[in-house]
Design a protein around this ligand. Sequence first.
Ligand code: NDP
Length: 331
Amino acid sequence: MRWIFVGASTIASQYMLGAVRAQGDEVVWVVSGSADHGRIWAEAHGVARATTDLADALADASCDAVYVSSTNEKHLPQAMAAIAAGKHVLCEKPLAMTVSDAVGMVRAADEAGVTFATNHHLRCSGTHQAVRNLIAGGRIGTVLSLRIFHAVHLPPHLQGWRINDAAAGGGVIPDITVHDADVTRFLLGEDPKTVVAQMGASGMGDGVEDSAMSVWTMPSGAMVMSHESFTHPYSGSGLEVHGTEGSIFAQGVMTQEPVGDVELVTAEGRVDVEVSRHSLYEHGVAAFCAAVKGEGRPAADGVDGIKSLAVAMAVRDAAAQGAAVDVDYGG
Ligand code: NDP
């Protein structure tokens, strides 16, 4: 396929250009709000055309797919324009600033008959897939609880809009809690029902939260504990799933790289679980490209993006109100 990249971003250059090119696809355009930044980005990454005019790129009938990785407040208008132009859209998380906007995007894509997906990379990881298979295979019995540790230290080059610009969708909840919501839904196969939460600023956040902790109740009765932060240099990341017949310990797995370890502990003892080490982003782009051809579904579709955003918004509401909040998935 031929692609238009909307947003001359870090994620696009670090991971998504390579993931798209690994399919044999071509990135033809980059669309940026800044003519200079877009031109420099295009030259640095071997992309033929740069423009500040999204309509100009969307008018290129030779391009089939659009990847949106601008700041969060731009996802809605840019994705809607791409859908209206008949392009297939792979959109970054969070899909939008509100659940109702995300619902509107997914409806518009359905009506236009184009493929629409959310770039939730973690469910593409061999480690997360192994954890899900253990749970689905009954290896830990009935799931009682899940704990996710996703406190990171935001590197200096990403300490821009994420830590000081609420209007651009900054804050750790839209940035990382959405991923944890998607991982939870992927692993447990059910949608969080009610959340309680606290959030705060612990050194980076300026007008937005840089840390959050929350507890989610699942329809099955399982409980989920989730921790996200931008300010933790040495915490590492991981998740644990505890069941009536065993526990799974996945260390170093809340990451962009195919790394981390999974251990299963049961009455028989502790074993290392074999995991695939494929690229998370290549896996996600491959699933998207296959879905465009009518072969299967994207790794995370538009509804997955709506639901992860809905959980994150419930966490923010619960923290702001100091009260339990039911997750509103937008009908
Ligand atoms: P960046 O801060 O790198 O880029 C966001 C936007 O900032 C760019 O699209 C660009 O705007 C502008 N920008 C960046 N650098 C410059 C510059 N030097 N001069 C002028 N403008 C600049 O964001 P990220 O790549 O970290 O995140 C982008 C999106 O991707 C977000 O929605 C984020 O949530 C998501 N993301 C997803 C990840 C995943 O694994 N799924 C991982 C990381 C991010 P313009 O659009 O005008 O070109």
